[in-house]
Design a protein around this ligand. Structure first.
Ligand code: NA7
Length: 874
């Protein structure tokens, strides 16, 4: 159907005329776009939208521009991204004309900058100040938003953009009795414009987040006394603020395009090189030198990227945290106070790291006290002061530095009603779901700038804001050019993105702390890690890719749907695949067997070592024909232990008793049982059923010799990966048929249980995930004749009776050609009455679960496998 759109803008009124074949629908709106907020995001939106010829208007509750920098006027308020980077990049002249005075600009200077931007681009004429938007309702028939402001005025717009900032709604003061205090209460996020003179006053400060840490030293400079009420200590580094660092500015002016491009492609929106080195790969001396450099730099990005594994590996994180704790101890004179200031309950950087000026030194002043609310919680605030469990003190003023209802608070504070009368608040009550942090299902033509699910607060906000504003403007341009009235994400795209956001957070240590990043600072708020951890560069690539793929995951006009999920693999699995692609390795199936084995062994040699175990012993045991090598992994606990016979992966063609070394160590460590990795004969030299015969012989021998190996008689199970899982599964069937050995369980990771290819996963995952369909054909051809592929000794799924088999754990991976047959086997076992645990590992591929030390997103699977092995013997 031919759609013709005309957009006529006249005196701020836009008329959109849609002509669809013979029918014509005309909708008139007051504005093309209504924007809420006049901070960094709202101002740039106004400027951009205006340049596109769109009529636009912004509302802000403040009486001038500035957003968060309008409200947060507490003493000491500063940005903690270097000023040169915490500024717009969209206009070279603006950049050249503005000179920052300090490394980290103060709130008044940032506010002046935003005022300058508003003046320079004449933005205030399109902003209504001192006006709070309190409702927005989508009119499905007209395809427009009705936006109401406090006082009742309603305006209409085609598009509605919330540019309300991530930290703009102060958290309600959940301090018992706070309303009874008779003196003044100041909240950092809504500080009086005229300032506060604390001279001679006894001041209580509640809260030691970034705001508290910035303001406490300055209040202490004035006040007669300061008592700091600390619930959770934060890690803070000296900001080393000072004059504007001219060398950074010189880098920028030398090649501003390259500088800004580097920022856009970076992790955090600041063009700094980050190391790929890991904490435990360097000497203690080298590490300490680097830590000292970072301490001296006073730069959040350097702190967060001190080593590549700091945010991922608990041991690495602890080493850095210990360094900072020792710094705190070295600064604070009183050892008891120093310990109270040392964070110990969460990994460093899982709560927002702070930059300060003399924060810890302030506690050496005689008139500054620290109250540890962890041990002595506030019982109540009284008219005159604050009572804790063991103190009672009077104050002249209380400062609340208690934070914000972050990321979602200001969005759901407006009564936004989407399609079918559902509100955003209702939709997000049990969990926030967005597509890209920009859009959300049920709310057509609503955009959220730096919304939950985008890098936002984990990045330089200005870089992220510019990217979102430009994406929104490009999208509106695309829609107008193509006669598209409405845009909305699909449910599948939104769910996929929400999973991806969670997946990324969960491979880091970031969700561990209770913090405003995951909503746990606000009583009753849903706990969920809100920002996107994947970095601004990666995120930008995704946004661009979605556009390039014809707005994948969006539906236009309610019926032009391009459904799909942009990232389904686990993030670290994706990174692994990208890395493998850079190696340019030949497909195994194009090699002869010796070359393929050599390549497989060379790849295996590069794998990180697994965990230490109590003992590793190599030996041989009798196979069906010849002796078989084995490697025994003994737990670091007093024996005897149960034994698990493990059969390695490698398509019956590659591998050995030691080829899955790190995985076997990990299983041993997690399960507390002896793992005996047994080799078996391989094709093409020894074809089917040689591997199975060896596997069964090995199981018999292990059963008979358990006690000699430090095992327990009668406590034997089997496990395996891929072709090895095939061996394990068939051994269980043979043992059942033969009446022994008794097996306590079978743990099958991505098993081959069928010789046919008639499974959808062979089509869906035929290529691209390392184990390909052609490679499986190559393996089977080298191992087994066509005629034998339906034999239960090759295809245990085809056995006529699965009842009576040992309890099973079957793990399948979403992007594995073998997925469906593994799923079918789990179902068949359960159907035959075999106690079966079935783990379907979302976003994983055939090789990612055993990738110990490489893939963090599969740790939980290995943990379940370890528990299953232990459980077989419970
Ligand atoms: P934060 O970082 O959320 O800090 C708030 C602080 O207030 C934090 O120490 C809280 O302890 C404490 N708090 C909150 N509620 C209470 C109650 N009821 N009793 C005692 N203590 C309380 O907010 P900020 O304003 O400092 O910083 C927000 C961001 O703004 C900052 O990261 C920068 O990005 C800019 P808790 O840790 O919850 O135990």
């Amino acid at each position: 159907m031919l759609l013709l759109w005309q957009i006529v803008t006249y005196w701020g009124i836009s008329m959109i005329t849609q002509t669809a074949a013979s029918s014509a629908v005309t909708t008139t709106t007051d504005y093309d776009v209504v924007v809420v907020g006049a901070g960094f995001a709202g101002l740039y939106l106004l400027h951009k939208l205006r340049a596109l010829g769109l009529s636009t208007h912004a509302y802000d509750a403040a009486d001038d521009v500035g957003g968060t920098w309008y409200w947060n006027r507490y003493p000491g308020a500063r940005c903690d991204i270097t000023s040169v980077d915490y500024a717009y990049s969209f206009d070279a002249d603006l950049e050249a004309d503005w000179q920052w005075s300090e490394k980290y600009a103060t709130q008044p200077e940032i506010l002046a900058y935003l005022g300058h931007v508003a003046d320079r681009f004449d933005l205030r004429r399109d902003i209504t100040f001192s006006t709070r938007v309190d409702g927005a309702k989508w009119d499905e028939d007209a395809g427009i938003w009705n936006i109401t402001v406090v006082g009742g005025e309603t305006v209409t717009a085609r598009f509605y953009v919330m540019a309300t900032g991530c930290l703009s709604l102060p958290k309600s003061p959940d301090v018992p009795g706070i309303e009874s205090f008779s003196g003044p209460i100041y909240t950092t996020g809504t500080w009086p414009h005229e300032g506060v003179d604390f001279t001679g006053k006894r001041v209580a400060v509640i809260g030691t987040g970034s705001s508290g840490i910035q303001t406490i030293p300055l209040i202490a400079e004035q006040a007669k006394s300061v008592t700091v009420f600390q619930r959770t200590p934060n890690f803070s580094f000296p900001a080393h603020n000072g004059p504007f660092p001219t060398e950074r500015a010189a880098d920028m002016t030398a090649d501003r395009d390259a500088y800004h491009q580097a920022a856009k492609e970076s992790g955090a929106g600041v063009p700094l090189e980050v190391t790929e080195r890991k904490t435990l790969d360097v000497t203690e001396e080298e590490r300490n030198t680097r830590f000292e450099d970072v301490w001296a730099a006073g730069d959040l990005i350097r702190i967060a990227t001190v080593y590549a594994d700091t945010l991922f590996n608990p041991d690495a994180n602890k080493i850095f945290a210990d360094f900072v704790r020792n710094k705190i101890r070295s600064i604070v004179d009183d050892p008891v106070t120093a310990e109270v200031l040392c964070p110990i309950t969460y990994p460093i950087a899982s709560k927002r790291v702070c930059l300060d000026t003399n924060y810890y030194q302030t506690f050496n002043l005689d008139h500054v006290d620290l109250i540890d609310l962890h041990n002595t919680p506030i019982l109540t605030v009284t008219a005159l002061g604050i009572n804790t469990a063991n103190t009672s003190a009077e104050f002249d003023a209380i400062v609340l530095a208690t934070g914000f209802d972050a990321m979602t608070g200001s969005l759901v504070a407006v009564d936004i009603e989407g399609r079918d009368g559902h509100t955003l608040k209702q939709k997000w009550a049990d969990g926030v779901r967005t597509y890209l942090g920009l859009t959300t299902v049920g709310f057509p033509n609503l955009f959220t700038v730096t919304g939950p699910g985008s890098p936002s607060v984990l990045s330089n906000m200005v870089v992220s804001i510019e990217q979102h504003v430009e994406w929104i403007c490009d999208t509106i341009t695309h829609m107008d050019a193509n006669g598209l009235r409405t845009i909305e994400p699909t449910a599948a795209a939104e769910e996929g993105w929400s999973n991806h956001v969670n997946d990324y957070a969960n491979i880091t240590l970031l969700p561990i702390a209770k913090s405003w990043f995951n909503g746990s600072n606000v009583p009753g708020k849903n706990h969920q890690y809100l920002p996107y951890v994947g970095g601004v560069g990666g995120y930008r690539t995704i946004c661009n890719e979605i556009v390039a793929r014809d707005y994948l995951g969006f539906v236009f006009n309610g019926d032009q749907c391009n459904d799909g999920v942009i990232r389904r693999l686990q993030p670290d699995v994706n990174i692994m695949l990208e890395f493998i692609a850079t190696l340019g390795l030949p497909p195994f199936e194009t090699l002869d067997v010796d070359e393929a084995r050599a390549l497989s062994a060379a790849i295996g040699d590069e794998a990180p070592p697994g965990p230490e175990v109590g003992e590793v012993v190599d030996g041989t045991l009798p196979g069906a024909v010849d002796a078989l090598d084995y490697r025994l992994y003994r737990p670091d606990t007093p024996g005897p232990h149960p034994i698990v016979a493990y059969f390695h992966g490698g398509g019956w063609v590659f591998g050995s008793a030691t080829s899955d070394d790190s995985f076997c160590r990990d299983l041993c460590d997690r399960s507390g049982v002896i793992i005996v990795s047994v080799n078996y004969r391989h094709g093409p030299e020894d074809r089917f059923p040689a591997a199975i015969d060896d596997g069964f012989a090995a199981a018999q021998w292990l059963a008979e010799n358990a006690e000699n190996l430090g095992g327990i008689a009668g406590h034997l199970a089997v496990a395996g990966w891929s072709a090895g899982a095939n061996v394990a599964a068939v051994v269980c069937q043979l043992a059942k048929d033969a009446g022994g050995p008794m097996l306590a369980g079978q743990c099958l990771l991505t098993p081959v249980v069928d010789g046919g290819f008639d499974w959808p996963s062979y089509e869906e995952n035929a290529e691209g995930y390392v184990l390909t369909r052609p490679l499986m054909e190559w393996f089977l051809n080298h191992y087994v004749d066509e005629a034998d592929r339906t034999s239960p000794k090759l295809a245990p799924l085809r056995a006529t009776d699965l009842s009576g088999l040992p309890p099973a754990m079957v793990v399948t991976c979403e992007f594995d050609p073998l997925r469906d047959q593994g799923d079918a086997y789990a179902k068949a076992l359960a159907g035959a009455g075999v106690p079966t645990a079935h783990v379907q590992a979302h976003g994983q591929i055939h090789i990612s679960v055993p990738a110990v030390g490489q893939i963090m997103s599969s740790i939980w699977v290995r943990e379940k496998m370890g528990n299953a092995l232990r459980g077989f013997f419970a």
